[in-house]
Design a protein around this ligand. Structure first.
Ligand code: OMP
Length: 233
């Protein structure tokens, strides 16, 4: 099923059953879902089949980061499972991203391929710890431009960087933004956060939302509140 909603719900659960219990409360016409490292490591491709069977478009968030041939092969393997979106780390570099893009093109695979810039859990001091002295926003912009030049379809970034990336890389370049925190929720381990409406106004094309919905006492009420704020649903 195809949806126009910008909302992607992160199914960060420790088992297939727990993830499907949440998915069964969601409507594939109103959101997409994201499968990350914990769930995929526990359930394997079975979770993708189960979500596709329920009509969801699925973002497989494994953030590949390896030598070009390994990443290209992993991206191909993911795309051949009918995924809507898959990601790699932009810090893997130009050759790695170009190899992944070329592999999708060679096999006529239409999965969206996006690159993580700087994780939304990081702030400037965390970058300094890994030897990056550039200001955080500048580093995000550098990685976004590198991703664009490498043929990637978009980036994962904080919504705080969406406006600048839109100006640099254009409207159609995807800006997929986690670190979304509605006013009713807490930041958890996220550092660079924005509310759903602020993020969309800043130019985000998609909002990744996990715990504010999945750990809420009433997940459907939380999701409805976000939809109401955005005027969708
Ligand atoms: O690639 C991602 O999805 C991602 C990148 C990033 O920079 N920050 C980030 O939080 N994520 C993912 O987005 C989701 C955010 O979940 P919550 O913090 O619970 O809303 C998690 O599944 C993270 O793995």
């Amino acid at each position: 099923m195809v949806t126009d909603s910008p909302i992607i719900i992160a199914l960060d659960y420790p088992s297939l059953d727990a993830a499907l219990c949440m998915a069964d409360q969601l409507d594939p016409a109103r959101c997409r879902v994201k499968v990350g490292k914990e769930l995929f490591t526990r359930s394997g491709p079975a979770v993708l089949e189960a979500l596709h069977g329920r009509g969801f478009e699925v973002f497989l968030d494994l953030k590949f980061h390896d030598i070009p041939n390994t990443v290209a092969s992993a991206v191909q393997a993911a795309a051949e499972q009918g995924l809507w979106m898959v990601n790699v780390h932009a810090s893997g570099g130009r050759q790695m991203m170009e190899a992944a893009v070329q592999r999708l093109e060679q096999h006529r695979l239409t999965t969206h391929l996006i690159a993580v810039t700087v994780l939304t859990s990081m702030q400037a001091t965390d970058l300094a710890d890994v030897g990056i002295s550039a200001p955080l926003a500048e580093h995000v912009e550098r990685l976004a431009q590198l991703a664009k030049q490498s043929g990637m379809h978009g980036v994962v970034c904080s919504a705080q960087e969406s406006a600048r990336i839109k100006a640099l890389c254009g409207d159609s370049f995807l800006k997929v933004t986690p670190g979304i925190r509605p006013s009713f929720s807490v930041a958890n381990d996220q550092q660079r956060i924005m509310t759903p409406s602020q993020a969309m106004q800043a130019g985000s094309t998609h909002l990744v939302i996990g715990r504010p919905v999945t750990q809420s006492e009433d997940p459907m009420l939380a999701l409805q509140a976000i939809e109401a704020e955005l005027g969708v649903g």
